[in-house]
Design a protein around this ligand. Structure first.
Ligand SMILES: NC(=O)c1ccc[n+]([C@@H]2O[C@H](COP(=O)([O-])OP(=O)(O)OC[C@H]3O[C@@H](n4cnc5c(N)ncnc54)[C@H](OP(=O)(O)O)[C@@H]3O)[C@@H](O)[C@H]2O)c1
Length: 281
């Protein structure tokens, strides 16, 4: 989301060297959505990928559909809205395949729950895309447990990509992570560092408290505050996969070096208390 127009505005060669660095270092899943960069980032990434065809089998491409944004690149859209009709899902997948210059998408997600979504129609679209070999795995993003349950009744949901971080603890107690464990659904955490808010020049009170605890833990682990916050997520038994938002290779290197960092249980709760402002009951 932040490699293109909504962030670092990578050139084709910068995309390619970042993808190559990741692929060589076991960071092999890339999170896209049709809308990123105002509908431009998928294609920029795909154009870079075209320059090294050996990369495709070493990486997994995730992308999403369902949000229709107001954009000069989509002049027909009259208002921001959601569309999870069968026709729109299939059309979006085909557009993403073209943008990414690939024959298949590894993981295709519905980006937001749509108040008008019809699980039977969604299952029909997913089944067709799977049978055609255009998509290998399917999931959702930002879905509540009941919304996952209703889709899961008609088609297996393999991923729920949701906001999870020390700054955003809801999934730990709203049933989303419980459901992932129960149904072996992979939880992917977007904004795993709170979208970078904790590093802001003027942090809010919650961020200040989290930062103070994370800095204390960093003295012990020498891992970097960002990696302390990632370890907070990977500690959970649901097997949370953080979707890193950085565009800096040094930060990726540091995350790789600190994979496997394990916090003590009480340290985990210190971060919890810093986030909520009080100890658990
Ligand atoms: N499904 C959804 O609805 C949804 C919604 C939002 C995002 N997403 C996905 O989730 C991904 C991650 O979200 P996010 O970008 O909000 O993630 P994030 O990793 O929480 O935040 C990334 C931001 O934190 C900054 N940052 C990271 N480490 C830092 C450090 N040590 N010091 C200072 N700043 C630091 C990064 O800046 P630098 O680039 O300078 O490192 C970047 O601006 C997105 O790229 C997108 O693919 C999905």
């Amino acid at each position: 989301m932040k490699w293109g127009k909504w962030g670092s505005c990578f050139s084709t060669s910068a995309y390619l060297s970042a993808i190559e660095f990741c692929a060589e270092n076991n960071i092999n899943s890339f999170d896209h959505a049709d809308i990123y960069g105002d509908y431009t980032t998928e294609k920029e990434f795909g154009d870079a990928l075209k320059n090294n065809s050996a990369l495709r089998t070493k990486i997994q491409l995730i992308t999403k559909c369902g949000i229709k944004m107001l954009s000069v690149n989509r002049p027909a859209n009259k208002i921001k809205s959601y569309d999870t009709s069968s026709k729109y899902i299939i059309q979006s997948a085909e557009q993403s395949l073209e943008n990414l210059h690939t024959d298949y998408i590894d993981v295709f997600l519905l980006h937001r729950p749509d108040p008008l979504m019809n699980p039977i129609e969604i299952a029909e679209a997913f089944t067709k895309l799977k049978q055609q070999g255009k998509v290998l795995h399917f999931g959702v993003s930002n879905f509540t447990p009941s919304q996952v349950t209703i889709i899961n009744k008609y088609f297996p949901v393999e991923v729920n990509q949701i906001e999870i971080s020390v700054s955003h603890l809801e999934p730990f107690h709203n049933g989303q992570l419980d459901q992932c464990i129960e149904h072996k659904i992979i939880p992917m955490a977007w904004a795993p560092l709170g979208g970078g808010s904790i590093f802001s020049a003027i942090p809010d009170q919650k961020s200040k408290r989290i930062l103070a605890v994370a800095q204390g833990l960093d003295k012990k682990y020498s891992a970097g505050i960002d990696n302390i916050l990632l370890a907070y997520l990977t500690a959970h038994p649901a097997g949370i996969i953080p979707v890193l938002g950085t565009s800096k290779i040094e930060r990726l290197k540091s995350a790789i070096a600190n994979t496997g960092l394990q916090l003590e249980r009480e340290e985990w709760f210190m971060l919890w208390a810093a986030s909520t402002g009080h100890d658990v009951a």
